[in-house]
Ligand binder design. Sequence first.
Ligand code: C5P
Length: 224
Amino acid sequence: KKITIAIDGFSSTGKSTVAKQLAKHLGYVYVDTGAMYRAVTYYAMQKGFINKAGFDTEALINDLPKITISFKFSESKGFAEVYLNNENVEKQIRTLQVSSFVSQVAAVSQVRKKLVEQQQNMGKDKGVVMDGRDIGTVVFPDAELKLFMTASAETRAQRRYDELIERGDKIEYVEVLKNVQDRDYIDSNRKDSPLVKADEAIEFDNSNMTLTEQFDEILKLVER
Ligand code: C5P
């Protein structure tokens, strides 16, 4: 019987790596909800709603009906890439610039409402692994399995830094660490759907766990 698996936690805790692997193993659909918030942020940046003067929240809210986020499975990548109004933005949304604004955009209730509805629709037939910040608490409070991933800020920043360097971005580790800490703070303190562990969620501190160890532990929980 297919179930819903909700994976929440702080930034760069390796949620998506585990979620992708799990979805592949189980033949489930993987949904990266962070990519959706990132795509909306990218849209706002492209439109100039986010600039040196600040963030024009109203302008973004007015444009929400014009924003369509979708996913298309990429055979070569092995996961579904995110599209903004039919343009593949998978690469554009992973920059430190998008990362530095995304938590502000994700704090806008109207943005959350739109994306949460879409996420609920995508997971309505179960057989889904969804990762984010509010999946077990808001999007699928009835999910059969809820995981909450944690790791030290330093471990997480190092992982994100390695990824960004790998793609050729020029950045400093301290910038990445600051971004991770800022997002943790904003995500945990916003009024609408703050990042909290659902009571029933099983916590995983993966600072000192290999991917294989993590995966094996989680698979035991799925098969339980
Ligand atoms: O998971 P990722 O780091 O790509 O998410 C980017 C940002 O999107 C998070 O820092 C958070 O502000 C927001 N987010 C959210 N709710 C989700 C997923 C992501 O608020 N379900």
